[in-house]
Design a protein around this ligand. Structure first.
Ligand SMILES: [Zn+2]
Length: 466
């Protein structure tokens, strides 16, 4: 059904009216002084505000007040446990290995189930307030059901998984069949279509899985019709490891094993050669691109990254914000601006990769990359009602502009005023309605202090504290 049409006879339970509706539909239509009608969590009409109000004069209205109304944004790679409670504490000037073994391993070891839910809750609240309505979790270590409870409690859409790896001598490693049993349990507990949060097959990836585990995980995802995600090649380290192990570069080895395919969302894929690019695109494998993390961690995206090429060759690419100590702010607006800036600067081509292209990665094309394009990513009749209203009184909107330029170059998540997920208003006037934010802050401070003690970590800041 086309936007502008509606489902006959259905009465909306919410109208979002009076803004410029950036639909991100196939025509990229913008409805000036438009609106969206929502019933039972789904979009039933997109039209001029006056037409919607005349048609349903008694329906409850969320007034956009002239602000931009956009689809909810998609964050395709976000760590929801471990990092959130030690955000901005892992030192800047150290290698990734020092961060993993000095911080991530002891923190995950000391994380309780309550910490997992709290961390996910914090991430979900912050993400919503920056306009993200769907999070794909990068994988938690221990308590995926509590992570899912955190997301569901806040009212954000998401996919969660339980990390697994089966190589020797690594912390938390287990045999492949045990890892696959844990993955299966997540899928059983969080079935696709069973609610806002669904289970995915989630490996840590890199070089931390045997061929048996990699192939078994891909087979499980295909059989169950769910997504699978794992990390690969943010640096050249995975390339070296796969060459040692198989004589093949990572994506070619994954292709040999039958792991690549439309079910798979690879996080990063920064260091790919020509043959790997061809294998990625031929298999319709998706990529979660987290540009801030690569810059922060000095991983070489400005030298090696080929994500713009993936997009321009028809590949499935979504944006991500990675971890709160790598990428840090879960703000997809910032990631979008950086992705566009890198693409343009690296190619010395100002005709390339405009704001319209990159905002699609944050919305409709991101939804395609995570396999949810049938449900989310654009404001069209029949899709779930995930949308964002930017504050027309925010400083970046004091003068009118092209919405694509405004949304990517001109603002960030801080101008988000209201957020609707699945038809439910979850952020209003910048406050998250589903949690007590003051109580959450106090709980986070207390839990952080206890976690650091249990993990035996004493943060040392960059500056002396007197
Ligand atoms: Zn990650």
């Amino acid at each position: 059904m086309r936007p502008g049409l509606s489902m006959e006879g259905t009465v909306p339970d919410l109208l979002v009216l009076g803004g410029d509706v950036v639909t991100m539909d196939a025509d990229r239509a913008v409805w000036r002084d438009g609106g969206v009608a929502i019933a039972d969590g789904a979009i039933i009409a997109v039209d001029k505000a006056a037409a919607l109000r005349a048609r349903w004069p008694y329906a409850p209205v969320l007034e956009a007040g002239g602000g931009l109304i956009t689809p909810g944004l998609i964050n395709a790679h976000q760590h929801l446990t471990g990092d959130p409670l030690v955000r901005s504490l892992i030192p800047d000037r150290q290698s990734s290995d020092e961060s993993i073994f000095g911080w991530a391993v002891p923190i995950h070891g000391a994380h309780t189930a309550d910490d997992d839910e709290l961390s996910a809750t914090l991430s979900a609240v912050e993400s919503l307030k920056y306009g993200t309505t769907t999070l794909v979790e990068a994988g938690t270590v221990a308590h995926p059901s509590r992570v899912a409870a955190g997301l569901a409690g806040v009212g954000i859409r998401g996919a969660v998984g339980c990390w697994g790896w089966d190589v020797d001598n690594a912390p938390y490693a287990a045999p492949a069949d045990e890892v696959l049993a844990r993955q299966t349990a997540v899928l059983d507990g969080l079935p696709k279509g069973g609610g806002l949060v669904e289970g995915w097959v989630t490996l840590v990836g890199h070089d931390l899985a045997s061929d048996v585990l990699l192939a078994g995980a891909a087979d499980l995802a295909r059989r169950r019709g769910v997504g699978m995600t794992m990390h690969i090649s943010p640096t050249e380290a995975d390339v070296a490891a796969y060459l040692r192990r198989s004589g093949r570069r990572p994506l070619l080895h994954l292709a040999d094993l039958g792991v690549l395919g439309p079910h798979l969302l690879l996080a990063h894929a920064v260091w790919l050669d020509d043959a790997e690019m061809d294998a990625l695109l031929a298999s319709d494998t998706a990529v979660a691109y987290c540009p801030w993390a690569y810059l922060r961690l000095a991983q070489g995206v400005s030298r090696a990254g080929r994500h713009a090429e993936m997009v321009l060759r028809g590949g499935r690419v979504a944006l991500g914000c990675d971890a709160p100590n790598a990428g840090d702010l879960p703000d997809i607006h910032r990631a979008a601006a950086l992705a566009a800036g890198l693409a343009r600067d690296m190619s010395l081509d100002a005709h390339r990769f405009g704001a319209d292209t990159v905002f699609a990665l944050a919305t409709v094309d991101g939804a395609r990359a995570i396999g949810m394009a049938d449900r989310i990513g654009s404001l069209e009749v029949g899709k779930r009602a995930d949308l964002v209203v930017h504050d027309p009184k925010a400083a970046p909107f004091m003068v009118a502009g092209d919405p694509a330029l405004q949304l990517v170059w001109g603002t960030d998540g801080r101008s988000v005023r209201d957020v609707v997920v699945d038809g439910r208003v979850v952020v209003r006037e910048g406050r998250c309605l589903t949690v007590d934010e003051d109580a959450l802050r106090l709980e986070a401070r207390a839990s952080q202090a206890a976690l650091l003690v249990r993990a035996g970590l004493t943060p040392r800041g960059a500056w002396p504290v007197r």
